[in-house]
Structure formats: C-alpha cells, structure tokens
Ligand binder design. Structure first.
Ligand SMILES: O=C(O)C(=O)C[C@H](O)[C@H](O)COP(=O)(O)O
Length: 213
C-alpha cells in the first residue's frame, strides 16, 4: 500500500507544531502528553532514542486527544515495535529504500526524512508524498523548501531540525509546509523539573504560530 496520506494529513494538520520528544522517564510520560495536548499540540513524536521510549509511547497513547507517533525510526524492527506500542504514525530522519519498502506493508503511516530534491523525488516515486525535511535549518531551511514548491507541487513537508519559535513562522507561511517539528517545546530540564505548566505554556505559544498578528 502507498503512504496513507489522508491519515498523515490529519495528524500533520492537527496543529502547527509536532513536539519532538526525547524522554526516558516513564513517570513523566502522561503528565507531559497531557500538558502538550492541553496547550493545543495533539500530535506527539516520541523518538526511539532512550531505553524506555516504547514504554513512553504506550503511556502517552492512553492520553485522550493525543496522536502519538515514534521518531528516529530506522529499521523494520523499529516499525514493528512502534506499532506494537500503539504508535499512530512514524517519523524517520532519512528515507532509505528498504525502510520505505518495509513501511508499505503496514497501515500506520511513515513520514520519511529527505534533504535534497533527488531524495524527495525518489520517495515520491515510491508513493511517499508527505515528507520531513531534515535537518531543515542545516540543509537550506525555508529557502530550500520554497524552491521545492514549484517543481514538486504534489509534495508537502514537515521541516524539522533547528526549527524554533523564532523561525517557525517562516516555514509555516510556505504553501508546501503543513507543520513543523521541534524539540523546543519539550526542554529536557523543564521536564526533569516536573514543570508541566511551563510545557503547557510553550505548547500554547507554538499552537498559535499560524495565527496572524
Ligand atoms: O529523531 C528523528 O527522527 C529526527 O529526525 C531528529 C529530530 O527531528 C530532531 O532531533 C529534532 O531537532 P531539534 O528540534 O533541532 O532538536
């Protein structure tokens, strides 16, 4: 099956920002997800970069209103583990051919990462029209995506990597950007301090990024 674009559009279109979460403390999973959802960010990407990441996904998936996905997905095993934990979407920093092939046999959609026109075209050829630009700021940022819009009008992006509250609006104003991803709404020290009110405020500010001033 090709990439489930309708499902991804629902998830990517739910809010302007997908928080990229790096969390090992399972106890913090539910309060963190609740704070983000309450702030207006329902789609949450939990990176598979900590020993307890899948347990964090399981917990967060129980939070009402949350769309929980996994990030840093690199292999078929990562796909299988993500789905078993209850992920509703998966994100990868790259788009290796094998991963794109493997992901096609699962219902849960994969958002692969690209950083050049050639990679975007190769992914599109395999049925992937929703892509992450990674690492967005390092590979050309909003200027690069703006340049993709005319020759690749069918492709839509979630730029991630170096995106912040300062530069997010520039991306979100582009016609080929649905949302951005970023870790700035989930600072490690704030989570460690258990200051979920602060997280909710960061989320609320991020959720308003598409509002006109
Ligand atoms: O794990 C993945 O799937 C990735 O591709 C990497 C993340 O998207 C970036 O680590 C987020 O970058 P920052 O917002 O600059 O911290």
């Amino acid at each position: 099956m090709a990439q489930n674009i309708a499902k991804l559009d629902e998830i990517m279109g739910a809010a302007p920002v997908i928080p990229v979460i790096i969390l090992d403390d399972v106890e913090a999973a539910i309060p963190l997800a609740e704070a983000l959802v309450a702030g207006g960010l329902p789609a949450l990407e939990v990176t598979l970069r900590t020993p307890n990441a899948l347990k964090v996904v399981e917990k967060m998936a129980t939070v009402e209103g949350a769309f929980v996905g996994t990030g840093t997905v690199r292999t078929k095993a990562d796909i299988e583990k993500s789905i078993e934990a209850g992920a509703q979407f998966m994100v990868s920093p790259g788009a290796p051919r094998q991963l794109l092939e493997d992901a096609k046999s699962f219902d849960v959609p994969l958002l692969p990462g690209i950083s050049t026109a050639t990679e975007a075209m190769a992914a599109a050829e395999m049925g992937y029209q929703r892509l992450k630009l990674f690492p967005a700021e390092a590979v050309g940022g909003a200027k690069l995506l703006k340049s993709f819009a005319s020759p690749l009008p069918d492709l839509k992006f979630c730029p991630t990597g170096g995106v912040s509250v300062q530069n997010a609006r520039e991306y979100l104003a582009l016609p080929n950007v649905i949302c951005v991803g970023g870790s700035w709404v989930v600072p490690g020290d704030v989570i460690e301090a258990g200051d979920f009110d602060h997280i909710r405020n960061l989320a609320a500010t991020a959720a308003r990024l598409t509002e006109t001033a």
